[in-house]
Write a protein that binds this ligand. Structure first.
Ligand SMILES: [Cu+2]
Length: 242
């Protein structure tokens, strides 16, 4: 009997210890899960817990031809609210040795969520068949961020010049807070990092030789061709990588 009591006591302690142990294990597992999510946040930009403003966001862009230009490419946009805003574009099929303006386009609406910018369909071209900068505006909206040598200020400065092979590899980088300040000043003064709403923007590449309202390859050399620096030649929508 005495032994039983002692045994009961030991059992009770053992059960209590087991409960504590179980709680500890559960806690450890929970903490481990959080740690893993934390790691994922580091590995996958914007991934994991979501909605955390301090995390970097990454957007991929597939650039497809406009105006049958044959211009294709990719772009990557990275933004860390507490760090840098960075854009990389890799484009090919461009008119060689010519300047090619490139921008992030979109709509900024006041006091409401911004309208989603999109790449214009071929039917956006007027009767002349040429899809001009103006023809595309209802679809991709005005220029928001010129992808030039400085990014900020948001005025167009020096745009990249294509290589003799018709390619551009561009990289632009600026502090995110300076971009947001410039964006703020240019629009309604209520913009925040969130209001950049990059997932509603597109990138448009411009510049091509044109004859009779058609884009012609640079290899053709008849005199009436003219270089239209503003003509849209490729476009792609920003898609957030999660
Ligand atoms: Cu543009």
């Amino acid at each position: 009997m005495k032994n039983n009591t002692k045994l009961n006591s030991i059992m009770h302690k053992a059960v209590s210890s087991a409960k504590v142990l179980a709680a500890t294990v559960m806690g450890t597992i929970f903490l481990a899960s959080c740690d893993q999510l934390g790691d994922l946040d580091g590995v996958i930009p914007g991934g994991g817990s979501g909605g955390n403003n301090s995390k970097m966001k990454m957007y991929k862009v597939q650039l497809n031809p406009l105006n049958n230009s044959g211009v294709t490419g990719t772009a990557t946009v990275m933004m860390s609210p507490d760090g840098h805003f960075e854009v990389i574009t890799d484009v090919e099929g461009l008119a060689p040795d010519m300047v090619h303006p490139q921008h992030i386009h979109g709509f900024v609406m006041e006091n409401m969520s911004d309208k989603d910018a999109m790449c214009p369909p071929p039917s956006a071209a007027g009767d002349d068949g040429l899809l001009t900068l103006e023809d595309g505006l209802p679809f991709y909206g005005p220029v928001l961020i010129p992808l030039d040598d400085r990014l900020v200020p948001l005025t167009s400065d020096n745009f990249p010049v294509a290589t003799s092979a018709g390619t551009i590899s561009y990289g632009g980088k600026v502090m995110t807070n300076s971009l947001v300040s410039a964006f703020d000043a240019m629009h309604n003064g209520t913009q925040t990092v969130k209001d950049l709403e990059l997932d509603k923007r597109v990138i448009v590449i411009h510049g091509a030789y044109v004859i009779n309202n058609r884009v012609v390859p640079a290899s053709r050399n008849p005199s009436p061709r003219r270089y239209m620096a503003t003509l849209p030649v490729a476009c792609g929508e920003l898609v957030e990588m999660k």
